[in-house]
Design a protein around this ligand. Structure first.
Ligand code: PGA
Length: 252
């Protein structure tokens, strides 16, 4: 079965509620009638409820940007997977490089978050990627192997069809430096082979692997032409309707 592409916008810590609703409305009309790809937006927590309402019935899916690994409890400042489900999320981004590198998230917590998200009926968008130093010292594939193995260690094969992986080289996020099509394809194909080793062939061939890191209107078509790139996770260029709509309408 061909893998349905995903174009996901990560709004990070941008947009007030009125700004988020305005962007949601423009995306809703601009992306109407698009059925051969999934469109996902991840607004900040404060705007989720309002954007959920704006996008109701549009086919554009909602995602959280992070989740706790517990469903409830004394965890001041956290948001749980059942809360994200409750507000209308289908997806949740887990292990984003900013969570790993600014907020110190480790493989261990990421594994628990992925498990909790799946248990709550959410689809995790599980982010992995090497730093510039790791790439320059030839450690890229070893880092990806560790992140995939550790992050998915609590997941049974049967749940893997709900998981989406996002390969986001840290040096390409927010820097304007995209991986070349070849660098991205090499990493994606490595990840798919690894999934085959850890799970099964059909799980590996059905799982969608997104590329993220300075994806723009001008480079999305080349990336999407690679055989193992099944979509994109977009930060900066998803904050503005025109550029995100152009990315949504990528041509292969
Ligand atoms: P960027 O961010 O597109 O601004 O590089 C990507 C991401 O962080 O997911």
């Amino acid at each position: 079965m061909p893998r349905k592409p995903i174009v996901a916008g990560n709004w990070k810590m941008y947009k007030t509620i009125p700004e988020a609703v305005a962007l949601g409305n423009t995306l809703r009309s601009g992306a109407s009638g698009i059925l051969d790809r999934e469109v996902v937006v991840a607004p900040p927590f404060t705007a989720l409820a309002a954007v959920a309402k704006t996008l109701e019935g549009s086919g554009i899916a909602l995602s959280g940007q992070n989740t706790c690994w517990e469903n409830e409890g004394a965890y001041t400042g956290e948001i749980s997977p059942i809360m994200l489900k409750d507000v209308g999320c289908r997806y949740v981004i887990i292990g984003h490089s900013e969570r790993r590198h600014i907020f110190g998230e480790r493989d261990e917590t990421i594994a628990r978050k992925i498990k909790a998200a799946l248990d709550a009926g959410l689809q995790p968008i599980f982010c992995i990627g090497e730093t510039l130093e790791e790439r320059e010292t030839g450690e890229t594939l070893a880092v990806l192997r560790r992140q995939v193995k550790e992050g998915l260690k609590l997941i049974q094969g049967a749940d893997m069809n709900k998981v989406v992986i996002a390969y986001e080289p840290v040096w390409a996020i927010g820097t304007g430096k995209t991986a070349t099509n070849e660098q991205a394809q090499e990493a994606h194909s490595f990840i798919r082979t690894l999934l085959e080793e850890l799970f099964e062939k059909n799980i590996a061939s059905d799982l969608r692997i997104l590329y993220g890191g300075s994806v723009k209107a001008g480079n999305v078509d080349g990336l999407m032409a690679q055989p193992d790139i099944d979509g994109v996770l977009v930060g900066g260029a998803s904050l503005e309707a025109d550029s995100f709509l152009r990315i949504i309408k990528f041509e292969r």
